[in-house]
Design a protein around this ligand. Structure first.
Ligand code: PLP
Length: 409
């Protein structure tokens, strides 16, 4: 008979044998998997036989998420990461070395831009930013020097620029570059870039795929060989998704279609209601006839998406007053949730950008990024109208402060 502690350690790890298939993917909350002998362990670790050894390398819940995303994106394979940035980092690191060149969209998520210029720049990677809606400029940038990667977002954060994946993939491939797309804003319910020629699709599953602001996860999908190279980076850097986080993203996937459909309708309604309203300079949503890439959006997007940008008259003061006045939206820096979220990018998601980079990325000081949630649209419209009234008052007060008072003498 073993001692108490030996029995306790063993007893705590006896899992039940389950003959019936669980209808949700179980959370394999374990760091390690035991093999029946040392040969099996070596075979699994070296990838000679399928199986699991250590959750930094692979885990069944995480693998299920990777497979689900590959299926949704129409890709051969997928991989899941601790966050969207971990997925973007591992994807780029699998493709570039010192001296290589990346051509990236000038409009896009601030941290991706910082990753490219900061971390990759420090390692000797050259990055050129370009307006991806100007296809002649993209062709010129790609032809300027051998380029490993062309990088764009389906719908850009935060300026809602829609990239024409068919054209961009063609231009990248003509020059031997890999076309990598961040599909976070559209989600696979709205666009599947691989169907348009993209080589790799990365996504912050923290956003629409997870959908409830309760997990941070990233995913990438593409051809088997490319994903294997990315997975090796993840194993070396420890960027793999945790099983509970992967489970939450899987649970989100089940309702992705209905959420994005309803949220797209709400964003569209808010766009129509506030375009041209007093105090609003511009509204950007792919469903509006005024959207600069309307033809591309109609062709590529099955759903126009729940992300909307409002440019307020009155700059920072107006933006801040709006955010402080509205009562329904959560004041956070994220997006893609059941909750409506309003963000002022110059002071949050794009704070790394200086004034020149902000202007280059088309981000005006009064720009608000709205992520429409699942609340009732009438409530949101009334709340936004109150926010706009507060923004107009703040803009008026700021103008008065700046205008010198006329004196009689
Ligand atoms: N890509 C886009 C377009 C994003 O908006 C974000 C986050 O906001 C990311 C990537 C990074 O995702 P995560 O926060 O999951 O690392």
């Amino acid at each position: 008979m073993s001692g108490f502690s030996t029995r306790a350690v063993r007893a705590s790890a006896h899992g039940p044998t389950v003959r019936q298939r669980s209808t949700a993917v179980p959370i394999f909350q374990t760091a390690t998997f035991a093999a029946s002998d040392s040969d099996e362990l070596a075979d699994v670790i070296l990838g000679r036989v399928p199986g699991f050894a250590y959750s930094r390398i692979d885990n069944p819940t995480t693998a299920a998420l990777a497979a689900a995303v590959a299926e949704l994106e129409g890709a051969e394979a997928g991989a899941a990461f601790a966050s969207g940035m971990a997925a973007i980092h591992a994807t780029l690191l699998s493709l570039v070395s010192a001296g290589d060149r990346v051509v990236a969209s000038a409009t896009g998520y601030g941290t991706t831009r910082a990753l490219l210029t900061g971390t990759f720049g420090r390692l000797g990677v050259n990055v050129v930013f370009v307006d991806v809606t100007d296809h002649a400029a993209v062709a010129e940038a790609l032809a300027g020097a051998p380029t490993r990667v062309l990088y764009a977002e389906t719908i850009s954060n935060p300026t809602i620029v829609v990239a024409d994946h068919g054209r961009l993939a063609g231009l990248a491939h003509e020059q031997g570059a890999t076309y990598v797309v961040d599909n976070t804003f559209a989600s696979p319910a709205g666009c599947r870039p691989i169907e348009w020629g993209a080589d790799l699709v990365v996504e912050s599953a923290t956003k629409y795929i997870g959908g409830h602001s309760d997990t941070t996860v990233g995913v990438v999908a593409g051809r088997e060989a490319a994903i294997e190279a990315i997975r090796l980076v993840a194993v070396d850097t420890g960027a793999t998704a945790a099983p509970l986080n992967a489970f939450l993203a899987l649970r989100g996937i089940a309702t992705l279609g209905v959420r994005v459909e309803r949220q797209s309708r709400t964003a569209s309604a808010l766009g129509r209601r506030f375009e041209g309203a007093p105090g609003v300079l511009r509204v950007l949503h792919p469903s509006l006839p005024s959207h600069p890439q309307l033809e591309v959006a109609d062709r590529l997007l099955e759903l126009p998406g729940a992300m909307l940008a409002l440019e307020l008259d009155g700059g920072r003061e107006a933006g801040r007053a709006f955010i402080d006045a509205v009562e329904i939206p959560e004041r956070t820096a994220s997006l893609g949730s059941v909750h409506t979220m309003v963000v002022h990018p110059p002071s949050t998601t794009h704070r790394q950008l200086d004034a020149a980079a902000l202007a280059d990325a088309g981000i005006a000081p009064g720009l608000l990024r709205v992520s429409a949630g699942l609340e009732d649209v009438d409530d949101l419209e009334a709340d936004f109208a109150a926010g706009l009234a507060a923004a107009r008052r703040a803009a008026g007060a700021a103008r008065e402060r700046r205008t010198p008072v006329a004196t009689t003498s």
